[in-house]
Every structure is written in structure tokens, then in C-alpha cells.
Design a protein around this ligand. Structure first.
Ligand code: PCA
Length: 152
């Protein structure tokens, strides 16, 4: 079991969320809503309007998302889906929990000050102009930006 913070198309209501629900892929339990403890630039980039958390701590906003407990099968599947390590890299990020949800057990909830660590798909392999794209604090494929995610 591992813990994964999702901020983009894998979140509830977003275009790749089905991966988190499909029991034939693996198992995921939603533990909490959370925000990155540090700021990061969250941009929408490329011809398919893909959300990327750029690994540039201190820039942009604290990014909102969902914290899941995932099994190895799902994690391996997502590593392929997210094209690790070319497009994204799976790194550790510090999170501040906003709200623990039903599936978090007592041990998980005891995180000091609600600060906890999880994997995230972030990237250092971005194009030069991406840091100057608009920064978001919460991703929605159908947001006002008009850059709806395009499935390949
Ligand atoms: N999928 C991963 C990284 C960005 C994306 O679209 C996520 O939702 O966290």
C-alpha cells in the first residue's frame, strides 16, 4: 500500500478518475482532501491540455487535491498511464490535510498538525515556457480557462 496525492485528471469528477474506481485495475480508498504545504506552479500545457505540477517549490499556489491509499497494482498502472519517468516523475510531497474522510483510519488521522507525506506525479521535464503559463490552485478540466483535457 502507498499513499498518492492527485491534483489533476485523476481527481473525482475529472476525466481519468475512472482509473481510481475500476476494481479490475487495482484498489484505491479516498482518505482526505488536502493541499500541498508548499506552493508549486500547477499549469495546463501541451497540445492535449494536460495538468502538470511543476517541481518548482515556492512558486505558484498551494495546490488542492485528494489523498488516496492505493495498492501496488494501481500504482504500477498509474505509473504507466502518467508515462513515468519521461512525462512525470513520482516524487514525495508534504501535504496539509483539509478534511479526513471516512476511509482514513485512526493511525492516518494522527498526522501531527494534519501534515503528512504522499507520492505525487510532478515534473522537472517540462518545456522552458511552461513556468510562465497561468498557475492554478485547483484543477478543473472544464474550468474558466477553456483548456479542456483532450484524451489521446
Ligand atoms: N494526473 C495526475 C497528475 C496530473 C494528472 O492529470 C493527477 O491527477 O494527480
Amino acid at each position: 500500500m502507498a499513499r498518492l496525492f492527485v491534483y489533476g485528471t485523476l481527481k473525482g469528477g475529472q476525466p481519468n478518475h475512472y482509473c481510481m474506481l475500476d476494481k479490475s485495475i487495482g484498489a484505491a480508498q479516498l482518505l482526505a482532501t488536502a493541499v500541498t504545504t508548499e506552493k508549486f506552479p500547477l499549469v495546463i500545457a501541451g497540445e492535449y491540455n494536460i495538468p502538470f505540477l511543476l517541481n518548482l517549490p515556492g512558486q505558484g499556489h498551494r495546490v488542492h487535491g485528494e489523498l488516496y491509499r492505493v495498492d501496488e497494482r494501481l500504482l504500477n498502472f498509474l505509473d504507466v498511464l502518467e508515462d513515468i519517468p519521461a512525462t512525470y516523475q513520482r516524487t514525495l510531497v508534504m501535504l496539509t490535510v483539509e478534511e479526513w474522510l471516512g476511509q482514513a483510519d485512526h493511525e492516518e488521522r494522527s498526522a501531527a498538525g494534519g501534515v503528512t507525506e504522499a507520492f505525487v506525479y510532478s515534473t522537472t521535464t517540462y518545456q522552458l515556457d511552461w513556468p510562465s503559463l497561468p498557475h492554478y490552485e485547483s484543477y478543473d478540466s472544464r474550468g474558466h480557462h477553456g483548456l479542456e483535457y483532450i484524451r489521446k
